[in-house]
Design a protein around this ligand. Structure first.
Ligand code: INI
Length: 156
């Protein structure tokens, strides 16, 4: 049966990375992982545009504006929301996730959710380059895979 998957071959075009400054020690590490992953998969740094926003709550607006503009093959969203550190964790994390999904569905452009939502600072550090890999790097891979899958669908 015909089966379609996006691969990790170097995709064409530019990529946008929207990154929240809140918890910047973690988000800078996510950005470094994301950049590194793009470069290792054939997307040179001069094809990456980075947009800083105050916090994860602001990520969806900028992601949607960029996706609507149509100048990027995909938009990667990076942020870090730590439950232990915020009383409105559920609102910030939930709205960020919902907004990112909406940006993708309303534009047809892959908008990837690389916002960490963790119980503790330790978990956040582990997922941004320590014991549990780097979620920023994974987000870049998801963007590449989605761009390549959509290109296959368009080519059919
Ligand atoms: N933003 C985050 O990205 N992570 C957080 O953990 C966080 N906390 O703890 O509140 C956070 N808050 C700021 C929020 O994203 C907005 O920038 C702010 O509410 C202004 O709209």
């Amino acid at each position: 049966m015909p089966t379609y998957e996006g691969d990790f071959s170097p995709p064409a075009g530019r990529f946008a990375i929207v990154v929240a400054r809140f918890n910047s020690m973690v988000t800078e590490a996510l950005l470094a992982g994301c950049r590194d992953s793009f470069i290792r998969h054939g997307v040179a740094e001069d094809r990456l545009d980075v947009y800083w926003v105050p916090g994860s709550f602001e990520v969806p607006l900028v992601a949607r504006k960029l996706a609507e503009a149509g100048k990027h093959a995909a938009v990667v969203c990076l942020g870090c929301v730590i439950r232990g550190e915020t009383g409105h964790y559920d609102h910030v994390a939930g709205q960020a996730a919902g907004g990112v999904l909406q940006a993708s569905l309303s534009t047809g452009v892959p908008v990837v959710f690389g916002v960490l939502t963790t119980e503790s600072v330790e978990q956040a550090l582990n997922r941004s380059g320590l014991k549990a890999g780097n979620k920023g790097g994974e987000a870049a891979l998801a963007a590449i895979e989605m761009v390549n899958l959509l290109a296959k669908i368009d080519a059919k």
